[in-house]
Ligand binder design. Structure first.
Ligand code: ADP
Ligand code: MG
Length: 231
């Protein structure tokens, strides 16, 4: 089976000189849900932003057999659906339906087909009945699901989620777990939340100061790093 994501020797330095990634090797196969753990500032978000070319460092990043480079961005971004930590960055259209249809429209689908894909994605995340509402009036849990619908409408092969439980209360977290488990795509999820990670992870990767300190089973990693999950 060939990997969906293959990263080798990835390094990234921000303009102010911060070495955020110091040589990351990382592979994801179909069917996996890989959880990224590690302290604030260990490089998880910086890493995720390389998976669809929002940042480009040194080393190699391949997705579905393609190099993540400007000539492939369009194709890569249709394969990798990214849900950002702050849903407000992702939702910017007047209605939920417009927001979710934005991706397929951008992919070149005609308006009717884009709307059909958006409605199907909204039904998938349980928001079929609020398509005409304004995104900024939704609850945190609804916003997260709307952002997820926005990427599902593009029918990606990989879902990337950065701290998806941020701002969610326990019922909304449980709802999101059930939803993610039901989706067939491979997933890469950065999270601090142990129960959330345990419900999803097939493998865990522990980031430390821009490196992968350890990867393996979630339990082993939690124990090894005595990771204090808080709430
Ligand atoms: N825009 C930026 N400019 C400079 N440094 C940044 C920027 N964003 C993040 N960093 C730094 O890069 C490192 C990794 O950050 P980040 O990827 O956000 O980690 P995490 O998501 O694990 O909390 C940290 O030292 C952080 O301060
Ligand atoms: Mg982060």
């Amino acid at each position: 089976m060939s990997p969906l994501i293959e990263v080798r020797g990835l390094r990234y330095r921000y303009e102010d000189g911060t070495d955020a990634l110091r040589g990351i090797d990382f592979t994801v196969y179909p069917g996996e849900t890989v959880v990224l753990l590690g302290a604030n500032g260990s490089g998880k978000t910086t890493f995720l932003l390389h998976l669809n070319g929002l940042l480009q460092g040194e080393g190699s990043v391949r997705v579905c057999g393609m190099d993540v480079s400007p000539r492939n961005f369009r194709e890569v971004r249709s394969k990798v659906g990214m849900v950002f930590q702050d849903a407000d960055e992702q939702l910017f259209m007047p209605t939920v339906l417009d927001d979710v249809a934005f991706g397929p429209l951008n992919q070149g689908f005609p308006a009717e087909e884009a709307a059909a894909r958006a409605r199907s994605a909204l039904a998938r995340v349980g928001l079929g009945d609020i398509e005409h509402r304004a995104p900024y009036h939704l609850s945190a849990g609804e916003k997260r699901r709307a952002a997820l619908a926005g990427v599902l409408a593009m029918e990606p092969e990989i879902l990337v989620l950065d701290e998806p439980t941020t701002y969610l209360d326990p019922p909304a977290q449980r709802n999101l777990i059930g939803l993610l488990v039901s989706l067939p795509q491979a997933k890469v999820v950065a999270t601090h939340d142990v129960r959330f990670a345990a419900a999803l992870a097939t493998r865990a990767v522990f980031f430390d100061k821009g490196r992968v300190a350890k990867e393996g089973k979630l339990d082993e990693i939690v124990e090894l790093f005595q990771w204090d999950w808080g709430t």
